[in-house]
Design a protein around this ligand. Structure first.
Ligand SMILES: Nc1nc2c(c(=O)[nH]1)N[C@H]1C(S)=C(S)[C@@H](COP(=O)(O)O)O[C@H]1N2
Ligand SMILES: [Mo]
Length: 197
């Protein structure tokens, strides 16, 4: 939301929070779950957390709006989880990393510029409004990138891959915008040919 309470252009506030995703809701099996930080890490080796390790990580809070490209926006969601900047301190990207691919269960993915990943409000969330995320909203961990359209807020997160060259994720390959700034209404990939005035 803008300071005066406005939503980005073309967005509306629905009565309740929709559940939206492609494919089935994965079953969370703590003993099989891990979270990996891979690709172009500074050390050259991968970071990996088990569920017990991840759940013991220090958590921060971010309150932000949530904007889906199908035009619903949810205002003032209180998220809690591990800041992306915290993760990047623990497993730093190589100096030449420019983007990240965020990977979910079943191969869903979304790409981010490293600057969007390292934004102050980008969070690997386990909680919303003080409660653990529901399965359909991405439990146990989902990405939250509040300043971009919500297809970048990957549910059922399993890996962060640092990239030295950009690659398009699941929706970015299927006609959605590579960057996805809702204030610039960057909805579709054809808009990439005509930069905003
Ligand atoms: N793994 C995964 N994450 C996903 C999606 C998906 O299909 N798979 N859909 C995205 C889209 S388009 C939106 S709008 C939000 C919806 O989040 P919600 O269901 O918690 O409202 O999840 C995003 N994260
Ligand atoms: Mo969406």
């Amino acid at each position: 939301m803008a300071p005066d309470g406005r939503l980005p252009p073309g967005q509306y506030a629905p009565r309740s929070w929709p559940v939206l995703h492609y494919g089935p809701v994965p079953k969370f099996r703590p003993e099989r779950w891990d979270l990996r930080v891979q690709g172009a890490t500074a050390s050259g080796s991968e970071g990996r957390w088990t569920w017990a390790g991840w759940d013991a990580m220090p958590r921060d809070r971010v309150t932000a709006d949530f904007h889906c490209v199908t035009k619903f926006s949810i205002s003032g969601v209180r998220w809690e989880g591990v800041l992306a900047t915290t993760l990047a301190r623990l497993v730093p990207p190589a100096p030449d990393a420019t983007h990240v691919m965020v990977w979910a269960e079943y191969g869903y993915s979304a790409n981010l510029r490293i600057s969007d990943f390292l934004a102050k409000t980008t969070l690997l969330a386990t909680h919303r409004d003080g409660e653990r995320l529901a399965a359909e909203h991405g439990a146990p961990v989902r990405m939250i990138v509040p300043h971009l359209y919500a297809w970048k807020s990957v549910k059922w997160l399993r890996a962060i891959e640092y990239l030295v060259a950009d690659r398009r994720g699941f929706w970015e390959e299927r006609g959605y915008h590579n960057v996805a700034d809702p204030w610039l209404e960057q909805r579709y990939s054809y808009q990439e040919d005509t930069p905003p005035a």
